[in-house]
Design a protein around this ligand. Structure first.
Ligand code: F58
Length: 850
């Protein structure tokens, strides 16, 4: 039962020695030095920056743990004296199931969220170190691919900051997203073994779950004469919990991120083999088990249907659900209470197996009837969709699921049967409908459509920006809107945490804002930024705002100098596109635009060149290892950089930089330094985008298509403060069609033709390397509409050069935009989820009672 384990008479002794959170510089230093000397066994004669980081991190970890323990205790069982109703007993109401949490570094975040950074910086300085150097010793926790994983991380920050009782659940990958090296202009992938020293995690060797795979299903009749299914003879792998504290900003609430690690189940280690000298065979099983959580899949869109990926998904869903159910059962409540106590949010379709898994637990293990169980399941889950790209929609082959999860396949078929009967009753005249909406695709082999299963098993489905949420209703889930009605579908426009993406990444700007708004309250209520608009004409404020932007650009220029050995002038216009490399995100459009700019510069006389706005085009991002076209784009960017940066005639007028190994901690340096950032996806393809929000919040402007959250950013900042271009999503289909069938053929803009001719002439190295890229446009239908949008893109870039020429007006645009970004806080998202999907209230931290 949920009871504290120390009996009352002994609690006094316990409390006497119960550790307090440090709150002064002296206390911080004492903790840090103690950790360096004892935990790390170092002395003042061999304490390097790495050791100083470790000591500081351990001191902060201790501080977080104290708050974390209290939070968990407070959220799990309320003080009986204060308890009014039984329903006051809260479980972890929200479980965020996400295969990815792209956390980045934790120390800086922990210091800022606890409000202890200044004290700690002062403290380490006394000990002979600079805080910046210490912070940069930490490796990123890179357990994600891109936007989806980073969104989950922002949500954890907001959930804790808003005092929601919430846990994140994911896998403890031994290898996060690969490290990218650029060698001779090509991407090379290096494994990211990040766990050498990770002070932020707590192994919970006592919190384990045995997970079954394979085996067979037997029907049997129980004592009451009821038919039950028994799943048996499978292979068992154990899930071990590793917990990491998630501190809220300006609150004691510290939530939990639980990561599951796989290991061989007890008894799996074959002692007889070991004894008879077959060491290799005896450890083989162990290694096979550990493989499950070994590595994050680095594909950011294409679904590849690998068995190990499906194993990861089930392993993680089953362990997390077991954990949630175990805690619920301790409360001894009736099962009908489950959806009132627990809300489970599915971050994309990756955790969809949690739906048949919960149904299995309820009917096979808890003995509920199908309908009763199914109603609980549906009320429990919410599903967030992040893409409409057909190649990204998950499908798993029926034979594979049959082999790996035989009982789940039966349940999926039963879910489908009930669902199709329901559809048939309601749409008796529409026979085609059944085939269209069936969870099972009648292909060869048959496939399970995970998105349909997720829609059917959830009570709410949401998209991540207005346009995207409209699109899912008219495309991939059109039939489901007819079946369930429009209310099942909703929108929650994405957001970002202002703590990391303003306060941490851009401390000087945060401080300037605080000085005008009378404190840091805006970090908790970002809508307060609107008050900044009153200062748009304030000379002092403008000067400081501009100086901050310049300083951030100087910092990035220094980084570029060290990393790329390229000198860029910080007074140039910094034009940045950093995100995963993908054809739909159209880095190719950007680099073609750069080549076009280069050709125009080369055409100019020396006199004409004097009037040109100097520009630095900065790219960064990883390509999925098997995505050749994306790798070709990276190669082209690097080749173009090589030529342009070494063209003495061009000098500072144009520089091109590809930043290696883009990740969260690099984003924190890159984003505050932009003048323009590029969000130029083919209309209708980028579900939301979230870096667009980060760039504008840091005083940059956007060049973008009418896609994803760009549309809502435009609505907030005003059309004059964003550079929109290109075709609209409603015209995309017709344009694609016209590429193949238009009567007057495929006509290419002459400027783009010239860009292609230049590439083909070998200016940027072997033309054959880039033929696939050009042919995808000229020969294969230009699916991403690069040719259709090229002219509008380069014309808009011209407008940007002109606008940037008027620095005063530019500054007005950027300040105005920052002040209008209040809507895009992830706090707003979380409140929308809490209200419209989870029906959950915050649990305020209790005052210290010890
Ligand atoms: C991204 N999806 C969307 N997927 O592309 C972006 O528009 C949106 O802002 C963001 O989600 C947050 O909603 C995305 O990042 C992945 O990386 C998946 C990783 C696992 C395989 C499938 C894609």
């Amino acid at each position: 039962s949920v009871e504290a384990s120390i009996p009352e008479p002994q609690r006094a002794a316990w409390k006497k020695f119960s550790k307090k959170e440090f709150s002064t510089k002296d206390e911080f230093q004492a903790e840090t030095v103690q950790h360096i000397e004892t935990t790390l066994a170092r002395s003042l004669f061999n304490c390097d920056e790495a050791a100083a980081y470790s000591g500081t991190a351990l001191a902060f970890r201790d501080r977080l743990v104290i708050a974390w323990n209290k939070t968990q205790q407070n959220q799990t069982f309320a003080d009986p004296k204060q308890k009014v109703h039984e329903s006051d007993v809260k479980l972890n109401k929200v479980a965020d199931l996400s295969l990815e949490f792209l956390m980045g570094r934790a120390l800086d975040n922990a210091m800022l969220n606890t409000g202890m950074k200044d004290i700690a910086a002062d403290g380490v300085s006394d000990l002979g170190f600079r805080m910046e150097d210490i912070i940069s010793q930490e490796r990123d926790a890179a357990l994600g691919n891109g936007g989806l994983g980073r969104l989950a991380a922002c949500f954890l920050d907001s959930l804790a900051s808003l005092n929601y009782p919430a846990w994140g659940y994911a896998l403890r990958y031994r290898y996060g997203i690969f490290k990218q090296e650029i060698i001779d202009g090509y991407q090379v992938e290096i494994p990211d073994y990040w766990l050498d020293f990770n002070p932020w995690e707590f192994p919970r060797h006592d919190v384990t779950v045995d997970i079954q795979f394979y085996g067979n299903v037997r029907k049997e009749t129980d004592e009451s004469g009821k038919q039950v299914s028994v799943w048996e003879n499978g292979e068992i792998v154990t899930a071990v919990a590793y917990d990491a504290p998630i501190p809220g900003y300006g609150t004691k609430t510290t939530n939990n991120l639980r990561l599951w690690s796989s290991k061989a189940a007890q008894g799996e280690f074959d002692f007889t083999k070991f004894n008879s000298g077959e060491y290799e065979a005896s450890v083989a099983d162990q290694q096979r088990a550990e493989t499950i959580s070994a590595v994050l899949y680095p594909n950011d869109s294409l679904e590849r249907g690998k068995e190990l990926r499906l194993k990861q998904q089930y392993f993680w869903c089953a362990a997390s659900l077991f954990d949630i159910v175990r805690r619920f059962k301790k409360s001894k409540k009736a099962w009908t209470e489950f959806p009132n106590q627990v809300a489970i949010q599915l971050n994309d379709t990756h955790p969809t197996l949690a739906i048949p898994e919960l149904q299995r637990i309820l009917i096979d293990q808890e003995g509920l009837e199908w309908d009763e169980a199914w109603s609980i399941v549906q009320q429990t889950f919410g599903y967030t969709n992040h893409t409409v790209l057909p190649e990204a929609l998950e499908k798993w082959s029926v034979p594979l699921i049959q082999h790996l999860l035989p009982r789940h396949l039966q349940i999926i078929y039963d879910i489908n049967l009930h669902f199709l009967q329901f559809v048939e009753r309601n749409f008796p005249k529409d026979r085609d409908m059944l085939g269209r909406v069936s969870i099972i695709e009648e292909s060869q082999p048959k496939m399970v459509r995970m998105a349909y299963l997720a829609v059917i098993g959830s009570h709410k489905v949401n998209g991540v920006a207005e346009l995207h949420s409209d699109l899912i209703k008219t495309t991939i889930f059109k039939d489901f809107v007819r079946i369930y009605g429009p209310d099942k579908f909703t929108n929650v426009t994405n957001g970002i945490t202002p703590r990391r993406w303003l306060h941490q990444a851009n401390p000087r700007l945060s401080q300037l804002i605080a000085s005008k708004l009378g404190g840091y309250e805006f970090l908790k209520d970002l809508t307060l930024l609107h008050k900044l608009e009153a200062y748009v004409d304030d000379k002092e404020f403008r000067k400081e705002f501009q100086a901050i932007k310049h300083a951030n650009k100087v910092r990035l220029a220094e980084y570029i100098k060290t990393a790329n050995k390229v000198t860029v002038n910080p007074s140039s216009l910094f034009d940045i596109q950093v995100k995963r490399i993908h054809e739909y995100k159209r880095q190719q459009l950007n680099i073609f635009g750069v080549i076009h700019r280069y050709l125009e510069l080369k055409d100019m006389s020396a006199e004409e060149r004097k009037k040109v706005q100097p520009r630095v085009s900065i790219f960064g991002g990883k390509a999925a290892p098997g995505y050749w076209m994306a790798k070709t784009i990276i190669h082209l960017v690097n080749q173009v950089a090589q030529v342009i940066n070494n063209d003495a005639e061009i000098g500072d007028l144009l520089k091109v930089v590809f930043l290696e190994d883009y990740n969260v901690s690099k984003a924190e340096i890159i984003i505050p330094a932009s003048d323009i950032s590029e969000h130029i996806s083919t209309a209708g393809t980028e579900a939301s985008g979230t870096s667009n929000m980060k760039f504008v919040l840091n005083g940059g402007l956007v060049i973008g298509t009418c896609d994803g959250a760009n549309i809502e950013i435009t609505r907030e900042v005003g059309e004059d403060n964003i550079f929109l271009f290109g075709n609209l999503s409603e015209d995309v289909e017709d344009l694609r069609h016209a590429h193949f069938y238009s009567a007057d053929g495929f006509r290419l803009d002459p400027a783009l033709q010239r860009v292609f001719d230049t590439i083909k002439s070998g200016t940027f190295g072997d033309a054959n390397s880039f033929s696939a890229l050009i042919n995808s446009i000229l020969e294969h239908g230009d699916y991403y509409l690069v040719s259709d949008d090229f002219k509008s893109y380069v014309d808009t870039q011209k407008l940007i050069d002109e606008a940037y020429g008027n620095q005063e007006e530019w500054l007005t645009k950027t300040i105005t935009s920052v002040s209008r970004m209040g809507f895009f806080s992830s706090d707003r998202c979380i409140e929308e989820y809490a209200e419209a999907i989870w029906n959950v209230e915050p649990v305020l931290p209790k005052e210290d009672t010890a």
